[in-house]
Design a protein around this ligand. Structure first.
Ligand code: C5P
Length: 235
């Protein structure tokens, strides 16, 4: 396991990909016996702005605000400044060196994570976007650059986490989405392509995993959380 200091309870960040504040509150209440870390992304933020973020923070939990800021450096800096006093733990950005530098300078107490390559992208998507590098090489290049520029960590799939951990050391936070339970991890059944189990991600070097649909669409989210924590504990 990459970082023994993080308690098992905090390792799984539940992605609150739900329609509104009321549904987010309901999901937090179903999960909070097993985790105190929640991700607010584009769908929920568009619906509730900071209402859900503030509610989760006031409840004593941690928030990863996943809005993947990408714009000219000054705009990204101003956007990060809008967030940095809200009690958010992780925020996500991406971009070239000036964009990342601007975000780092404005981050305050938050930890800033650079998105490397989305876990829904495979090699064929890279070619379609005109990229010649492999996914793995591009993830590594972007992660190394982000760390050099002062980012606290990166978002990457569990497939690349090992190379990042080995080559970039323990200072880099690795947060891994694209998590699926063991029974369907061999093939992608939805839009995610670079998938691993929670246990594999942590074993490969991730500090945290982000899990959405396997938990939020389950009949009993706490039971899935428990099974994933078990998987992490034995990996
Ligand atoms: O439902 P699922 O487990 O696929 O949700 C994954 C979550 O992680 C989504 O909210 C998605 O926006 C987010 N995410 C991702 N890949 C990234 C960055 C964030 O899947 N590279």
């Amino acid at each position: 396991m990459s970082d023994e200091k993080i308690p098992l309870r905090d390792r799984i960040i539940v992605a609150l990909d739900v329609e509104n504040h009321a549904m987010a509150k309901e999901m937090v209440k179903k999960c909070e016996s097993h985790t105190g870390f929640f991700k607010v992304g584009l769908q929920l933020f568009m619906a509730s702005w900071f209402e859900t973020v503030d509610w989760i923070v006031d409840r004593g939990h941690k928030v990863m605000l996943d809005l993947k800021f990408f714009d000219i450096p000054e705009t990204v800096k101003l956007a990060v400044e809008q967030v940095n006093s809200r009690g958010v733990t992780f925020a996500t950005i991406h971009g070239n060196d000036p964009i990342i530098r601007a975000a780092v300078a404005a981050r305050g107490d938050m930890k800033l994570l650079a998105v490397t390559v989305l876990t829904s992208f495979g090699e064929e998507d890279m070619r379609a976007m005109g990229m010649t590098q492999s996914v793995e090489d591009l993830v590594y290049y972007r992660a190394k650059r982000a760390l050099e520029l002062g980012c606290d960590g990166v978002v990457s799939s569990g497939l690349e986490a090992g190379r990042l951990r080995t080559n970039l050391g323990d200072r880099l936070l690795i947060v891994t989405p694209g998590i699926r339970p063991g029974d369907n991890v061999s093939e992608s059944l939805d839009d995610q392509k670079r998938i691993v189990t929670a246990g594999m991600a942590i074993k490969n070097g991730a500090n945290y995993v982000v899990v959405g649909r396997p938990i939020t669409r389950a009949e009993d989210p706490a039971r899935i959380l428990e099974a994933m924590q078990q998987d992490i504990a034995v990996s």
